[in-house]
Design a protein around this ligand. Structure first.
Ligand SMILES: *Cc1c(COP(=O)(O)O)cnc(C)c1O
Length: 378
């Protein structure tokens, strides 16, 4: 069904077509050409990280992070259950066990106060997910990781250009993953990036990404021939993807500002309903700068949430919910383990609705907000 106001509409304009044309005409279509290099440099300088490597998706960046972390069968990784399957899949593919802990009521991020009690002799890493581009409590999390000798992987798929106490998300853990899927803030259709802050694993990452060969060092002229040296796969995107991505990174600050303005417009609309106790708006802590990735509302119960989605769809507006918590999903039950009852995860995920938010939505924010108000007002 075609919606009057879709949930997402990916931005793909003249700027993208110009770069795509250039990529086609320049005659280098495989990976790691000049567009990929430009994207790497942009990410490294704007996010303050040691090394950025474009990947074919956020998922493949997480897969690489799991290999780089050196996870072995039976190792455990502490993570939230309120996240996308890819955060856990990457660990399971290494034979590791996702250990799910509950989330915070305010940000819906992993509750850092529950992490230490979930640590066992098998724990190797903590996977944080910056939900909706809002930072997890990274200071206490990094402190726990240091004290227990754990690696921190940031699932920053939603968090490009967000920050925590002035530090860009993705620059804090040993590794991080960005996503450029068409639903994210900065897009390439499908695409992602692995961000590496630990200089000791950069070379290993380049090898994993190039089918287990040292071809990246060869391309830089550091060695005479390249060969198979370690475990790896093909994680690098073609120049077609990178050229498209470059068209968005060039204007990433502006795109983020546009999203934030739509986000703020929704936020102002719902202040009164929140005061009346009819819904709860997203909370962004004081020491955090967010990127307007998701606008969600929390309704009093699941029936009201489902009713609102239905009412919006009847008006031609596509609103959606997520996630089915991983600990209750079939694969999560098979491969993972929960610590505690995850009551907040179950409760909050059942009451959450995401509203349409995309570049170009413009004043249609008011149409969506008016339907929400009409449906929910007593
Ligand atoms: C989108 C997303 C991913 C996966 O990214 P893809 O580029 O779609 O593979 C992983 N984790 C989170 C939290 C995401 O939102």
């Amino acid at each position: 069904m075609a919606y009057r106001i879709p949930f997402n509409r990916p931005l793909a304009g003249a700027r993208a077509i110009k770069h795509l044309t250039d990529a086609c005409e320049e005659g280098h279509l495989s990976g790691d050409g000049r567009f990929t290099r430009q994207c790497h440099e942009w990410l490294e300088s704007h996010l303050g990280i040691r090394k950025a490597l474009l990947t074919t998706s956020g998922t493949s960046a997480l897969d690489m992070a799991a290999i780089l972390t050196g996870l072995q069968p039976g190792d455990e990784v502490i993570m939230p259950s309120f996240t996308f399957s890819s955060s856990a899949n990457a660990m399971v593919l290494r034979g590791a066990v996702p250990v799910f802990v509950d989330i915070r009521e305010d940000t819906l991020n992993i509750d850092e106060r529950l992490i230490e009690a979930a640590i066992t002799p098998r724990t190797r890493a903590i996977m944080v997910v910056h939900y909706a581009g809002v930072a997890c409590e990274m200071d206490p999390i990094m402190d726990i990781a240091r004290r227990h000798g754990l690696s921190v992987i940031e699932d920053a798929a939603q968090a490009i250009l967000s920050s925590y106490k002035g530090r860009p998300l993705g620059s804090i853990g040993q590794t991080a993953a960005l996503s450029f899927h068409e639903t994210k803030n900065i897009i390439a259709g499908e695409g992602g990036a692995l961000l590496i802050n630990d200089p000791d694993i950069i070379e290993k990452a380049e090898i994993i990404r190039e089918k287990g060969t040292n071809r990246t060092a060869f391309a830089r002229g550091e060695i005479q021939k390249y060969t198979w040296v370690d475990l790896g796969s093909s994680y690098l995107p073609s120049e077609i993807i990178s050229a498209f991505l470059w068209s968005q990174l060039e204007i990433a600050q502006d795109l983020t500002a546009q999203r934030l303005s739509l986000w703020n417009r929704y936020h102002a609309h719902f202040a009164e309903l929140e005061q009346q106790g009819i819904l709860r708006r997203p909370i962004v802590p004081d020491d955090v700068v967010a990127n307007g990735h998701i606008y969600y509302l929390l309704l009093p119960d699941q029936a009201k949430r489902d009713g609102l989605i239905k009412a919006l769809r009847a008006e031609g507006i596509n609103a959606v919910f997520h996630y089915i918590p991983l600990h209750s999903a079939p694969a999560g039950r098979r491969f993972g383990r929960a610590v505690g009852d995850l009551a907040k995860t179950d409760d909050l995920s059942g009451r959450l609705v995401r509203l349409p938010l995309w570049i170009g939505l413009g004043e249609d924010v008011d149409i969506v907000a008016d339907v929400v108000k009409r449906v929910l007002r007593p």
